[in-house]
Design a protein around this ligand. Sequence first.
Ligand code: NAD
Ligand code: IPM
Ligand code: MN
Length: 352
Amino acid sequence: MKIAIFPGDGIGPEVTREAVRVLQAFDLPGMVLFEGDVGGAAYHRHGHPLPAETLEMARAADAVLFGAVGDPACDGLERHLRPEQAILGLRAELGLFANLRPATTFPGLEAMSALRPEIARAIDLLIVRELNGDVYFGDKGTRTLDDGRRQGWDMMAYAEDEVRRITHVAFRAARGRDRRLVSVDKANVLETSQLWRDVVNEVAADYPEVALEHMYVDNAAMQLVRDPGRFDVVVTGNLFGDILSDQASMCVGSIGLLASASLGERRTAHGTFGLYEPIHGSAPDIAGKGRANPMATILSAAMMLRHSFGREAEAVRIEAAVAKALAEGVRGADLGGDAGTEAVGDAVLERL
Ligand code: NAD
Ligand code: IPM
Ligand code: MN
């Protein structure tokens, strides 16, 4: 159980610390933690957001626990030196193409949703976001046109095998849940999306027991707040998945609650190599104040135990402890309460 811990920037180290305490509470045999630099922190120390030694550390591990990267002081750097390149680089270099972002309403938290409680109560969905392609990883640049105007451009593309493998992940997930899959695209405008839709339809033939529906992304954004309970599994591309998952977090109540697993094909002794991180960023506006909600990172550690180490029982215990803390009124500032980062960590630990 070799776990690389990459705390990163802003609230990253604060929330990661609490998740590490939870992992250590189990005293699992063979668990070894080692820490590496990523993001702005790595840039300031080593001149690069994803130093070679950090990447090596990730490769040597069975799983990575990632905090967050992003530092306003680095926003003016050339793109390849910006903190965000650390997470994009890890996802690409480690072949982590499948990003699972579950969003479920916790009992007792319905009133914290940005939606009406009776609408929020029904949320139990999983966004399966493709993570290695799309406009994120296409050629990009800024050029000067013949008439002297500057133009920024980013190439959006998906190859059929990229769509096929994420679609299989989504169908398999749906088969283990409520057997409903919505594929989100923009096929009425984008060629990339038309191919996406065609490939999803081809793959669907292998999963007759799953009900497949296609939805345009603008409609999906609307349906997600109109009636989120209609979704079980959602599969979509990198950019749409990024946006819809932040939106889903506020349907549940806070971005401080949504965990994620990023998986590829590499196997570990008892599961799949993966990178685990909250869906939120470094939150510079609250960094250093001890006010960040660590639950998303703690729940990411639970996903790690499940997917990379086959420790389902421990994963369920963590999830139950978080749910119990919330049901009993433990609230960070993001949920209208005054429990600080460490106090929330304590509350979860007490209930483990
Ligand atoms: P953000 O997710 O960091 O913050 C958005 C808002 O949510 C802020 O008001 C913040 O205070 C709040 N918030 C986020 N996490 C919270 C938590 N755990 N508890 C309480 N409140 C929380 O998004 P942003 O402001 O758009 O981005 C800030 C930086 O983070 C940028 O540099 C961005 O590129 C980076 N980012 C990194 C990741 C990542 O590392 N995977 C993800 C998203 C954004
Ligand atoms: C996320 C973040 C990243 C993304 C950024 C920081 C590159 O927003 O993990 O959701 O867009 O994937
Ligand atoms: Mn995001």
